[in-house]
Design a protein. Structure first.
Length: 76
């Protein structure tokens, strides 16, 4: 479980890193979904704190889909 929390924090950091290109940040958000419900707090943080609408929308979509129990594809 500790390794999972570390991975989530690293991915959250990548998603929030303004020095990275958009596609890297989007893929970090996509990768967070591998952790299902455990990723919701990180996705909510990204949704609240990022200034990029595309990242807000992506995070919001994944939060909604995870809460609904929907299957999530990494090809979004």
């Amino acid at each position: 479980m500790e390794n999972e929390n570390i991975a989530i924090e690293i991915l959250k950091g990548i998603a929030m890193d303004d020095s990275r290109v958009l596609v890297e940040r989007q893929r970090a958000i996509d990768a967070l979904t591998l952790f299902r419900e455990s990723s919701i707090p990180a996705l909510q943080f990204i949704e609240r704190k990022t200034g990029m609408n595309v990242l807000k929308e992506r995070s919001r979509l994944y939060i909604q889909r995870i809460k609904q129990g929907a299957s999530i594809s990494m090809t979004l």
